[in-house]
Design a protein around this ligand. Structure first.
Ligand SMILES: C[S@@+](CC[C@H](N)C(=O)[O-])C[C@H]1O[C@@H](n2cnc3c(N)ncnc32)[C@H](O)[C@@H]1O
Ligand SMILES: [Mg+2]
Length: 259
């Protein structure tokens, strides 16, 4: 009996060590573990959603009206308490550098979630610039509005709730605008390419418009990468980095539209 019990324990321990190793080293396993297992477990035990837990942490710890304090609070929560799909502090520095370099008048963000990257972009915009961010999940959008309000950035940001494919064709008319200077692409990865083509069709990209796409390595956006790297209409550059809050390889692709 004892040898069988020992063998079962050794088997279970080996399996556990294998899962821990895969979660720490492989992006697909890490995302599955954090998004499908831990998030649901915490939702069940706390009776709240992950975005609500992030909002609560921000309200309890961040200085009202101080965007950097709110950004640090989200990073601290997501690095130390539970992972979330924000662009994060490391790739956030790449995003910051691109925003400062472009000095955009009109910015479009695809995928708001809790408003973390929205805050990073909005706090660096020159006076008079506008950031339009699109989020299809109503609950995430409500949380993002409160987080942006806490950071004091809600007046520079227009958060539209709906699917990007439906909203993009309405943008020109709705905002009486012509072209975007910067587009941050960070929604579901299979939408990167169709929405880029939709932006082209809707004449929303000018020569010099910068597209910055997150997570092109993990979870990856291969069709999008193939398009921007091979089309004569783009000049594209890869920025290697790490997946938000984890030691897993990821990167961002900066693509300049050439017209
Ligand atoms: C990775 S999260 C965005 C993270 C955010 N940019 C940040 O770094 O803080 C992706 C978000 O895109 C939203 N989303 C996915 N597909 C979308 C679509 N087609 N239109 C609008 N929102 C979409 C999801 O609901 C999710 O909240
Ligand atoms: Mg992302």
């Amino acid at each position: 009996m004892l040898p069988i019990l020992l063998a079962v324990c050794m088997g279970a321990l080996t399996l556990l060590l294998f899962v821990v190793w895969r979660v720490r080293t492989d992006g697909t396993w890490a995302l599955w573990w954090h998004d499908n297992y831990l998030e649901r477990l915490r939702d069940f035990t706390s009776g709240k959603s992950r975005p609500m837990r992030i909002l609560q942490y921000v309200q309890n710890t961040a200085v009202q009206g101080d965007a950097n304090s709110v950004i640090s609070a989200v990073d601290s929560y997501c690095a130390n308490v539970e992972w979330a799909m924000n662009v994060g502090d490391k790739k956030g520095e790449i995003l910051d550098a691109v925003v400062l370099d472009v000095r955009p008048r009109w910015v479009l963000e695809l995928g708001t979630y809790c408003g973390y990257s929205t805050m990073r972009i909005a706090r660096l915009l020159p006076p008079g610039a506008r950031l339009i961010t699109l989020e299809m999940n109503h609950h995430y959008a409500q949380v993002a509005k409160q987080i942006l309000g806490h950071a004091g950035l809600d007046s520079q940001v227009d958060l539209l709730v709906g699917a990007s494919s439906a909203l993009i064709p309405q943008l020109k008319k709705k905002f009486d605008m012509d072209k975007f200077d910067l587009v941050f692409i960070d929604h579901w990865k299979t939408s990167y390419l169709p929405d880029t083509k939709l932006l082209e069709e809707c004449d929303l990209l000018a020569s010099g418009t910068v597209l910055l796409a997150d997570n092109v390595t993990c979870p990856g956006a291969p069709e999008y990468l193939h398009y921007v790297r091979n089309s004569p209409r783009y000049k594209s550059l890869y920025f290697p980095s790490q997946l938000e809050y984890l030691r897993v390889e990821d990167g961002m692709e900066k693509s300049v539209f050439l017209g």
